[in-house]
Design a protein around this ligand. Structure first.
Ligand code: ADP
Ligand code: MG
Length: 235
C-alpha cells in the first residue's frame, strides 16, 4: 500500500507567553492511500496539531514529515500552498462555510484559485460534488437555511471538489447530534469506498471508532496504539 503521509519523530511545541506547551513529543505515523484512518484521543492530545502539520498550516520543531514522498521541509511556501490547494481537502468541526455565498458557490470556492480549471469544468465538478453528498436540490440555498448535517455535507463537497489526494477532517461531527454524526460518518466511509477518497479523520468520540477502518490512538502527543480492522498492529 502506498504511504501518503509519514511522520518520523515529529516534535511540536507551542509558546504561550513564557510557557512552552509540548503538543507532539516525537510522533510517528503513516497514512496509506485509499484508507480511512482515524486519529482518536482526548482533548489536548495533539490531534489538531497533527492535521495542521499535514496540511502545511504549521511547521514542526523537529522531525520529518513526508507527503506523497516529499519532505515538507524542503518545499518553498509556494509549493506548500500548491500542495494545500490541489492535494489536500479540509473539513472542520464548525463547517466554516461562507454565509453570504449559496451552497454551490461555497463548493466552487476552492476551484476559483486554480486558474487552469475552466468555468464549464468548475460547474461540472460542483454538480458532481453536490450529487456525491446528496444535496443537489439544495444547490441555491444559503447556509443559514440548512441544518447542521446539511452544512457539514456542503463542507464535505467543498473538500472533495478539487479531487484531493487526501482529505483531513478535524472532529467534523463534534457539533452534530449523534444521529446526524453517524450519518456523516456513513457518508465519509461511503465516499472512501466508492470514490477511493483517502481520509485522515480525528475525533475524541470513542463511540465512533467501531464504525471505521484503521484507528490510531493518540495520547499526550504520541501514538500509543495502532490497529487495523483485522486487529494487526501496524505501527
Ligand atoms: P486536540 O486537537 O487533540 O485537542 P491540540 O493539537 O489542539 O489537541 O493541542 C495539543 C496541545 O497543544 C494541548 O496541550 C493544547 O493546549 C496545546 N496547544 C494547541 N494549540 C496551541 C496554541 N496555539 N498555543 C498554545 N498551546 C496550544
Ligand atoms: Mg482539536
Amino acid at each position: 500500500m502506498k504511504t501518503i503521509v509519514e511522520f518520523i519523530n515529529v516534535v511540536k511545541s507551542y509558546q504561550l507567553g513564557d510557557l512552552v506547551v509540548p503538543a507532539l513529543r516525537g510522533l510517528n505515523l503513516k497514512v496509506f492511500e485509499g484508507e480511512f484512518t482515524v486519529l482518536i484521543g482526548s482533548s489536548g492530545s495533539g490531534k489538531t496539531t497533527v492535521l495542521n502539520l499535514v496540511g502545511c498550516i504549521d511547521d514542526p520543531d523537529s522531525g520529518e514529515i513526508l507527503i506523497d514522498g516529499n519532505a515538507i521541509r524542503q518545499l518553498t511556501e509556494n509549493q506548500k500552498s500548491e500542495l494545500r490547494n490541489k492535494k489536500i481537502g479540509f473539513i472542520f468541526q464548525s463547517f466554516n462555510l461562507i454565509p453570504v455565498l449559496n451552497v454551490e458557490e461555497n463548493i466552487e470556492m476552492p476551484l476559483l484559485i486554480q486558474r487552469e480549471i475552466t468555468m464549464a469544468d468548475r460547474k461540472q465538478r460542483v454538480k458532481e460534488a453536490l450529487a456525491d453528498v446528496g444535496l443537489s436540490e439544495f444547490r441555491t440555498y444559503m447556509p443559514n437555511k440548512l441544518s447542521g448535517g446539511q452544512r457539514q455535507r456542503v463542507a464535505i463537497a467543498r473538500a472533495l471538489v478539487s479531487k484531493p489526494q487526501l482529505v483531513l477532517a478535524d472532529e467534523p461531527t463534534a457539533n452534530l447530534d449523534s444521529k446526524t454524526a453517524h450519518m456523516i460518518i456513513d457518508l465519509l466511509t461511503d465516499l472512501n469506498k466508492r470514490k477511493k477518497v483517502t481520509f485522515l479523520f480525528c475525533s475524541h468520540d470513542e463511540k465512533l471508532i467501531g464504525r471505521v477502518g484503521r484507528v490510531l490512538r493518540i495520547q499526550d502527543g504520541l501514538i500509543v496504539e495502532g490497529l487495523s480492522t483485522q486487529g494487526i498492529s501496524v505501527e
